[in-house]
Design a protein around this ligand. Structure first.
Ligand SMILES: C[S@@+](CC[C@H](N)C(=O)[O-])C[C@H]1O[C@@H](n2cnc3c(N)ncnc32)[C@H](O)[C@@H]1O
Length: 215
């Protein structure tokens, strides 16, 4: 968003994420009740899962997704194997919900959104690619199918085969560092604060890697 790219293709295998942005393109406004209340949260979560899994109103799915993401535990986005959103209620004292997303509409107007596995994307050979895959850590269940080590390798090889510039971010585990080094990427390391963990100890900085190719 900060780059204000004139043209961009944003892809995520998770329908709810992409649908949310597509609904902003169409002028998303929230008219559902926005209460930071446990019972209301679980009612909304149940409705979201029903609509999301059965292909219900995309506008309503986007509204509920925003509410759940703001109200649920630590801003986590997690789906179980059956595609159900299973994040528990959060413990925020106060939440400033946004109801009008029209200020983002102009920026998003010329961007394309798609919802598929990265390997199915059509890219031009000099396109700039930024990949932000699930981190190589035990928690990878952002989407129904998760992201295995085989997926990490598949992504790294797909990125390495791209002729244009590539930037990848991931957790700097030994095997990720080895994988991208072997494929000829340049690596830089950062201390990235983690915001997902509930425990203060789990929020300390972890080593993150930025791997680049063709830059
Ligand atoms: C670390 S998150 C990054 C999310 C996003 N970049 C953001 O800033 O909100 C990793 C994302 O990869 C997506 N993902 C998982 N498997 C994928 C696949 N095979 N193809 C495309 N996206 C995938 C997940 O749904 C998740 O949203």
């Amino acid at each position: 968003m900060g780059l204000q790219a004139e043209k961009a293709l944003l892809n995520d295998v998770n329908f709810a994420v992409i649908n949310f942005y597509q609904q902003i393109q169409q002028g998303l406004k929230l008219d559902i009740s926005l209460e930071n209340d446990e019972a209301a949260y679980y009612r909304h979560r149940e409705e979201f899962n029903r609509l999301n899994l059965k292909g219900g109103s995309k506008g309503k799915v986007a509204q509920l997704f925003y509410y759940l993401n703001r109200t649920g535990y630590n801003g986590l986005c997690r789906f179980n194997n059956s595609g159900g959103y299973n994040v528990p209620f959060g413990r925020y004292k106060k939440i400033n919900y946004q109801t009008d997303f029209s200020k983002y509409q102009t920026t998003l107007a010329s961007w394309e959104f798609s919802n598929k596995d990265f390997s199915e994307l059509t890219v031009n050979e000099n396109d700039f690619i930024y990949a932000d895959p699930p981190y190589d850590v035990p928690f990878r269940q952002y989407s129904q199918k998760g992201f295995s080590w085989e997926d990490q390798v598949r992504l790294a090889e797909w990125l390495a085969s791209h002729k244009g510039p590539v930037v990848l971010s991931n957790q700097a585990t030994d095997r990720i560092v080895e994988l991208y080094t072997k494929l000829g990427f340049k690596l830089r390391f950062l201390d990235a604060p983690r915001r997902i963990s509930c425990k203060v100890s789990g929020r300390k900085a972890v080593k993150e890697v930025i791997a680049t190719l063709g830059i």
